[in-house]
Write a protein that binds this ligand. Structure first.
Ligand SMILES: CC(C)(COP(=O)(O)OP(=O)(O)OC[C@H]1O[C@@H](n2cnc3c(N)ncnc32)[C@H](O)[C@@H]1OP(=O)(O)O)[C@@H](O)C(=O)NCCC(=O)NCCS
Length: 150
């Protein structure tokens, strides 16, 4: 695998379009192109892409402000799961903010994602009942304290 991780800017609409297409393939409640454009334009937000040449094989969106960071979105191309792409993306986001506590929400039944987060030291913090639609499902809130190794 020759994947490189880099930050996507609002001046890269074609790449943001690829991310939007992957998002639609991965989630039942997908973000729109405008959502990704807004995220890329926000100084507190990073849109990271796993690039395989000119193709995007995965992406991650992270907000960070006032010592707290949130993983808003992460996905790997369905054809390229279990190749370490999610790991590379998450490691890059964590390394960019070593001083921050990280938070995220994840569907309770999303075992692959919960396992990935646990591998990086995230721990369950609580439940948000009926947080998701399509299908309705509880969210687990997970937290990773700054400087936890993983
Ligand atoms: C979650 C996701 C991003 C993981 O991406 P990935 O590139 O396949 O993950 P990696 O190859 O880096 O795997 C890292 C670890 O995650 C866990 N993992 C990944 N897929 C798994 C699966 N199907 N079952 C169990 N654990 C899994 C494992 O601990 C794995 O480590 P290992 O391979 O050494 O056992 C990917 O499954 C995905 O895109 N899912 C759909 C979108 C999604 O649900 N995002 C999370 C929203 S909160």
């Amino acid at each position: 695998m020759s994947i490189t991780i880099r930050r996507i800017t609002p001046e890269e609409p074609e790449l943001l379009g690829q991310i939007t297409a992957l998002e639609a393939a991965c989630f039942t409640d997908p973000w729109s192109l405008q959502n990704f454009m807004d995220a890329a334009a926000n100084a507190c937000t990073e849109v990271l892409a796993a690039m395989d040449g000119e193709r995007i094989a995965g992406y991650l969106v992270c907000f960070c402000a006032a010592g707290e960071a949130e993983i808003a979105n992460i996905a790997a191309d369905p054809q390229r799961r279990r190749e370490g792409i999610g790991t590379l993306l998450l490691q890059t986001a964590l390394d960019a903010h070593p001083e921050a506590d990280f938070f995220l929400e994840v569907r309770v039944r999303n075992v692959p994602a919960r396992k990935l987060y646990e591998k990086f030291g995230f721990q369950d913090l609580g439940i948000r009942p009926d947080y998701y639609e399509n299908p309705r499902e509880n969210a687990v809130i997970m937290k990773r304290e700054a400087n936890v190794s993983g």
